[in-house]
Design a protein around this ligand. Sequence first.
Ligand code: SF4
Length: 246
Amino acid sequence: MHDPLIRVHSYESMGTFDGPGLRYVVFLQGCPFRCKYCANPDTIDPVGESKLTDPDYILQQAVSMKPFFGKRGGITFSGGEPTVQAEALIPLFRRLKDAGLHICVDTNGGIWNSHVEELLGLTDLVLLDVKEINSARHEAITARPNTQTLRTADWLETHERPFRLRYVLVPGLSDFEEDLHTLGEHFKDYRQIERVELLPYHRLGVHKYKALGWDYALKDVPENTPEQLQKAEIILRTYFPQLVVN
Ligand code: SF4
């Protein structure tokens, strides 16, 4: 019997942004969030322009790149939201692990079921995107509350699964001082957070909205000033010595 097909949007062969070292990044299709600043809006639709892909292909590609990954690199599943396809990914993850490949999953943490639990148990390093600690503001950004994302973080912590916490600083949406302090208070004692990544807001995906015929809701929101970033960095560093500003 063949393993289930995976709905893939695109690939990046030597990514340096999504996890440690050099990585083969597989962008998967489909996401239940609707982030106003999503840089990959063409991955949101469950089908979009994606291609149903044999997991053998992904495995072979990853294995062929293994010599370039060194000690730290590996494969990253991003998107879209990879956990949408958790059930189909489980057999592939097992085979990637058998092949000695380091696996990262970049997730918004908003989906939970037994397949997601199993998938995250097979993942070496989770990149958990926390869009906002205030649930109402989270909902204003993503159209979903942050309840499950925080539960997922809790699961990672209690099951000793290492993760990186990623936070995008959007002027007027996620850069409130009080929220940065609340974020720090909430997560400062988590032992499984190996790194906190503060990511500036950028508008690199805007042209994709035009191509989709969608309105870009944040067209009046400017990118961060160096001062705004520095202010957020100073606050977050008081809680997270492992903070990195990307
Ligand atoms: S969670 Fe990620 S892929 Fe989904 S809408 Fe938000 S930014 Fe886009």
